[in-house]
Design a protein around this ligand. Sequence first.
Ligand SMILES: Nc1ncnc2c1ncn2[C@@H]1O[C@H](COP(=O)(O)OP(=O)(O)OP(=O)(O)O)[C@@H](O)[C@H]1O
Ligand SMILES: [Mg+2]
Length: 382
Amino acid sequence: MNQRSQYRRLVDFELHNQMQLLSNQLQIKQQELEKSHNCYIDLYDHAPVGYLTLDNNGKIFSINLTGASLLKAERHTLIGKLFSDYFANIDKQAFVTYLQETFSSSRKTSIDLKIGNIDDILSYVRLESTVINSKNMCRMMMSDISQLKKTINLNRDLLTENRQLMKELFRVQEKERRVLARELHDALGQWLTAIRAENEVILNYTDKNSIIFTSAQAIKECTEKMHQVIRTMLHRLRPILLDTLGLPDALCELKKQWISHNTGTILRLELSGNLSLLGERLNINIFRLVQEGLNNAYKHAKASQIDVFLGRETIMGNSTAEFLLLKIKDNGKGFNLHANSTGLGLVGMRERVITLDGRMVIESAQNRGTDITIRLPFPAKN
Ligand SMILES: Nc1ncnc2c1ncn2[C@@H]1O[C@H](COP(=O)(O)OP(=O)(O)OP(=O)(O)O)[C@@H](O)[C@H]1O
Ligand SMILES: [Mg+2]
């Protein structure tokens, strides 16, 4: 063998080795690629949610196994079929509108669709879709939210029931207070009047320098104080003026009593418009709201000024709505609205407002006072 052919054989051998090496590397890469492809397929098919590709008519182009099992069909039978055909009770119009919205939007769209009866295991699905760039297709994610919806519906029902109970509770509480007030007024009040009358007899027929006269004088003072206490208690339990003269007079009386107990704080009460015929339910609730608002301003705010406003408000819109606007504002130390509290006053106020279909907003900041705004629909619903 000459030198030239020897050299050629050497080059061929090296080339062959290099080719072999490259082929081995290629094989390894192919195996890796296959592995990650299988992994991707596995992830795609067995993801906890359904993945689909749909065209703009709602025909299924591709779907993973989870999606197929949510549609209760073999995957291969689904391709080319209408997505909405696979649900018994689906609102087809809602789905078509949703699809149109998805294809005309560049953002992700989502919808919760009722697709079965409430007793079905699968009764609600959530669809989230985005259009694939420059194609007439969209990618859709479908998840089973039946359990979530059932829990939400259950919570909503419980809340409605709770509100109903609160309404009843306030009614019974007011009835009970009215009975207590009557007992206090008719029984205790009458006995006290009798004691005062008998005492007057003793005072009139006894020597002014005797010990008996001094005692009778003391009894007179005591019974006067007791009368005052009963009057305050009566007013707290059931503002008598509310039943006889209406809300404005009852609030003025509340202001008078409040000022006599809380000297040093300016209380301004502004009443606007005709408030005399609001009805018993609104009357008592507004009175209690003001009462608790004032209690809090006194107990917690250390305010030097409190302003209470109550008036009618007309909000113009598509349809005109009339509200009662109640504002209780103090210039006290304010408080953190997110702090936990064991108190029941504000919760009770909010519940009262909700049972009247109203809204309550509280604004408060450290050393900047507290502002409570309540809007109640007028006339009130029963
Ligand atoms: N006007 C106010 N100024 C400052 N802090 C207030 C005011 N109103 C309420 N707070 C704060 O909010 C908390 C909750 O008030 P809430 O009326 O619910 O309970 P309470 O007054 O402490 O007790 P309860 O009303 O049950 O007797 C209060 O403890 C207080 O810290
Ligand atoms: Mg309170």
